[in-house]
Write a new protein. Sequence first.
Length: 417
Amino acid sequence: QLPQELLKEVTPRNVLMIGPTGCGKTEVARRMAKLSDAPFLKVEATKFTEVGYHGRDVDQIVRDLMDVSMSLTKKRQMEKLRGEAKLLVEDRILDMLSGPEYSGTKGQRESFRSMLQEGLLENQELEVDVPENLGGAAGKDGDGTVLAFGGDSNSMNVQAMTDLMKKLGGAGARGGRGGPPTERKKMPISEAREVILEIELEKLLEKVDLKKEAVTAAEETGIVFIDEIDKICSSRDFNSKSADASAEGVQRDLLPLVEGTTISTKYGNVNTDYMLFIGSGAFHAVKPSDMLPELQGRLPIRVELNGLTEDDLYKILTVPEANLVRQQIELIKTEGVELRFEDEALRQIAKTAAHLNRTVENIGARRLHTVMERIMEEISFQAAEMEQESEVVVTKDLVKERLSDILTKSDLSKYIL
């Protein structure tokens, strides 16, 4: 909606999230990508090493994002074309049953069609030519060849080599001239329908320029979430330079990526000017000001998240649709046992989790998993032996009893030197 001359100049404002572990930094970004149906990639900053060292370069981030974008685009296009492909499937099955459309009488073909629609021919067996790489993600065909050469499947040289191998392999394969190699399988119509649908979808997708669409999606709506960005900072208090290959150097390599550069991938060149980068870290040992000044400038929006309080933990237990409590109730229901949590018990769980976070180590909402598993340990084992439709109620006293030993241990751990 912006004027054309402004459009090129406006770049997204990258974000730096600061907050203790387990307070929902990653979850916020993941939900954001899901809502906008954008290609989203979460990477750990510590996985990368600076250029020249053995390991992964930061360019790999964009290549991985392109893979995500490609599969998203393919999925979206398949949904669009599914209706068209379903109409073709019926004709393909009729061709196999009564020969091609121009041979045989029209009446015979129509009688087969009505029998097919009524479901009378579901068990009739057909011979179908199935491509060997059916269902492989677009652009990923032939990755086996890549591994044989001992290369990275995203490198351009290896991609060219793979294409050449596919052409050479395809020409002499059973699929005939230049087509993908196929194998003939016998299957009933009920199963063949799905397989033929896949084949028809692949054929229809060949007419769509998936690569171009995927590159555009990644360039314009791609979101990259760089986790643990504080682990690649070294404190400025010590004047000694860090010899760690995945520290300062990675920050230097990230600079052009966040600022905007062009990276060559197997789908073509991808420009990172308009991608949104979100950095996140706990920043316990270092401060955001310990990052390279240039990188700080490229993450202009600072969001500070507070640690979770007892009330927050209680909300996490009760408010989300697939909360921990509901998960446990449904899991125990599979054994035919009804599980019920009293509200006081949930308050006690939140209180204990908050207390443990304060006294032992603050691991945020992940602490709820620990506490919940401790309570459910006995119940999960006993549920299999219980009678059908019996009810188990988790009360405040039960919670206190199960968690008493954790609390005493944590009290003692303060005094052990």
